[in-house]
Structure formats: C-alpha cells, structure tokens
Unconditional design. Structure first.
Length: 121
C-alpha cells in the first residue's frame, strides 16, 4: 500500500507541476507572439485565460485537499476536471493536425490519480 501512496503522490505532483506551468503561461500570455500555438489562436485571449485559470485551479486541487486532509474528494474532482480539459484539447489539436500524444498521456495520468485517490492510495 505504501508503494501505491508514493506512486499517487508522485503522479499528483507531476500533474500539478505540468498544469500549473501551462496554466500560468495561458493566463499571463494567452497568445504568445514569439511562439504562437495555433490551437490557442482559435480562442479569444479571454477564453485562453479561462482555460489557464481552470488548469491552475486543477493543479492546486490535485494536491492541496489531499495534503491537508480537508475535503479530499476535491482531489478526485480536480483530477477528473484536468482529464476533461485534456480530452477536449485532443479534438482542438486534431483540428489543426497537431500532435496530441501528450494530451493523451496527461489525460491518462489524471484519470489514474483520480482512481488511486478513490481507492484511498
């Protein structure tokens, strides 16, 4: 059981770090002029910021409730929300003919974190 707990925390930390970085990027610079992401150009800067805020809140939600032991079910909800963001991102990237392998990987990690938290790991 200790191994599952360690795995859960490692995956949760990885997930939180990746989504925190992506979310901050989207909030601070929604349409990066240096390296524009074609997928994000389909959306207004306000919409990109909302996605970024959702990613930041999801990153916080994957760690904080479980760490503090306060409303730990929010960790599961946050992980499922992050998986949903990645699921929808797959379709946005496909529309532009972009790679979406990382979206699938992040979605699977988020779903795995949700399941592991549900079983109490």
């Amino acid at each position: 059981m200790l191994a599952l707990t360690i795995l859960t925390w490692v995956l949760s930390g990885l997930l939180a770090a990746l989504f925190l970085m992506a979310g901050v990027m989207k909030v601070l610079n929604p349409h990066n002029a240096d390296k524009p992401m074609p997928t994000l150009l389909d959306y207004t800067p306000g919409q990109v910021r909302v996605i970024g805020i959702a990613e930041i809140l999801g990153a916080i939600g994957v760690i904080l409730p479980a760490l503090l032991g306060v409303l730990p079910w929010l960790t599961v909800v946050s992980a499922l929300g992050l998986a949903a963001i990645q699921f929808l991102a797959i379709f946005a990237h496909r529309r532009h003919g972009e790679q979406f392998t990382m979206n699938i990987v992040l979605m699977v990690i988020a779903l795995l974190v949700a399941v592991l938290r549900l079983i109490g790991a």
